[in-house]
Design a protein around this ligand. Structure first.
Ligand code: CAA
Length: 286
C-alpha cells in the first residue's frame, strides 16, 4: 500500500504512548480510531488529547477551527471491529510478548488484507510478533519516543520478512507525522534502547555502589553532556518497570553479562517504586 492510500489509522492502547500517537496522527490530518478495552482509560485519553490540542490552539500553533476539526477526526472505541477500515494499525499496549502476539493474531483476522500492522514496542522482536499473523511482510516496528507529540524521532524496525514497500510506506508516513526516521534491524533493544538502557543501568550501579548521590549523577549527565534529564530522572520518566523489562530483553537476547540489571533497579521495581507514574521511583514526586 502506498502512503497516499493511507487515510485511516487505528491505534490500539490508549495509555500515554497510544494517546500521544493518536494525537500525532490526527494533527497530521488522518482519520484516527483509538481503541482500548478499558472505557475509563479511553475517557482519560480523550480528555488528555483535548487538553493538549487546546494548548496548541492557545499558543497559536493551531487555529480553533483546525483544532475542532482534528478532534472530530478522532474516534474512540472498545470494539476491535471498528478497526476494519484502518489502513495502518499501530499497537501500543503493554510490553508483553504473549499479550502482543494474541492481539496481532486478532488484528490479522479483522484488518483489511492490505492493512499494515505496526508495533510501538520498545524492544520486543518484530519478527516474532509478525509470526503470529498471516502477513509477516506487512508487520513492522514503529517506535515513538515518549511523549510522542513532543519527541522528533520515530525508530522504524524491519522484521525479518518486512517488505521494502511496507518499509517505504511507513517511513513516508512517519515523515508526514513530522518526525525524523531512523531504521533499525530487528535485534534486541533496536538502536535507542540498546544504547540508552546500559547508560541508565550504569547510573543505577553508580548510585548502588556509592559513587555519588542521585542528584550529582543526574546533574553530571544533564549539565556535563547536555541531556534534558539526568539518567535517573529519565528512568523515572520512562518507568523503572519498563527499563527493567528492556534490560532483561537485552540480557536474554544478547547474552552479555553487561546487560544484567542493577540490583537496586530490581529492588525499586519489587517495591513498586516505578517512577513518576507511581509518584515515587528514584525520586519522590508526592
Ligand atoms: N504531550 C504533549 N505535549 C507535552 C507532553 C505530552 N505528554 N509533555 C510535555 N509536553 C509539552 C508541553 O506542553 C510543553 O510545550 P510548550 O513548550 O509548547 O508549552 C513542552 O512539552 C515542555 O514541557 P514542560 O515545560 O511541561 O516540561 P519540560 O520542559 O520538562 O519538558 C519534556 C518535558 C519535553 C518531556 C522534557 O522533560 C524532555 O525532553 N524529557 C526527555 C524525554 C525523553 O528523553 N524521552 C525519550 C524517552 S526514551 C523512549 O521513549 C524510548 C523507550 O522505548 C523507553
Amino acid at each position: 500500500m502506498a502512503t497516499a492510500a493511507v487515510k485511516v489509522i487505528g491505534v490500539v492502547g490508549s495509555g500515554q504512548m497510544g494517546s500521544g500517537i493518536a494525537q500525532v496522527a490526527a494533527v497530521a490530518g488522518f482519520d484516527v480510531w483509538l481503541l482500548d478495552s478499558d472505557p475509563v482509560a479511553l475517557q482519560r485519553a480523550e480528555k488528555a488529547i483535548a487538553a493538549s490540542v487546546q494548548h496548541l490552539v492557545s499558543k497559536g500553533q493551531l487555529s480553533q477551527l483546525a483544532g475542532t476539526n482534528l478532534l472530530n477526526h478522532l474516534r474512540y472505541t472498545s470494539s476491535l471491529e471498528d478497526l476494519k477500515s484502518a489502513d495502518v494499525i499501530i499497537e501500543a499496549i503493554v510490553e508483553s510478548e504473549v499479550i502482543k502476539k494474541k492481539l496481532f493474531s486478532e488484528l490479522d483476522r479483522i484488518a483489511k488484507v492490505s492493512a499494515i500492522l505496526a508495533s510501538n514496542t520498545s524492544s520486543i522482536s518484530i519478527t516474532r510478533l509478525a509470526s503470529s499473523t498471516s502477513r509477516p511482510a506487512q508487520v513492522i516496528g514503529m517506535h515513538f519516543m515518549n511523549p510522542p507529540p513532543v519527541m522528533k524521532l520515530i525508530e522504524i524496525v524491519r522484521g525479518a520478512d518486512t517488505s521494502d514497500e511496507v518499509f517505504i510506506t511507513i517511513k513516508n508516513l512517519a515523515e508526514r507525522f513530522g518526525k525524523t526516521v531512523i531504521c533499525s534491524q530487528d535485534f534486541p533493544g533496536f538502536i535507542v534502547n540498546r544504547i540508552l538502557m546500559p547508560m541508565i543501568n550504569e547510573a543505577f550501579f553508580a548510585l548502588y555502589t556509592g559513587v555519588a548521590t542521585k542528584e550529582d549523577i543526574d546533574s553530571g549527565m544533564k549539565l556535563g553532556t547536555n541531556h534534558p534529564l539526568g539518567p535517573l530522572q529519565l528512568a523515572d520518566f520512562i518507568g523503572l518497570d519498563i527499563c527493567l523489562s528492556i534490560l532483561k530483553v537485552l540480557h536474554e537476547g544478547l547474552g552479555d553479562s553487561k546487560y544484567i540489571p542493577c540490583p537496586l533497579l530490581v529492588q525499586y521495581v519489587d517495591a513498586g517504586r516505578l517512577g513518576r507514574k507511581r509518584g515515587i521511583g528514584v525520586y519522590n514526586y508526592q
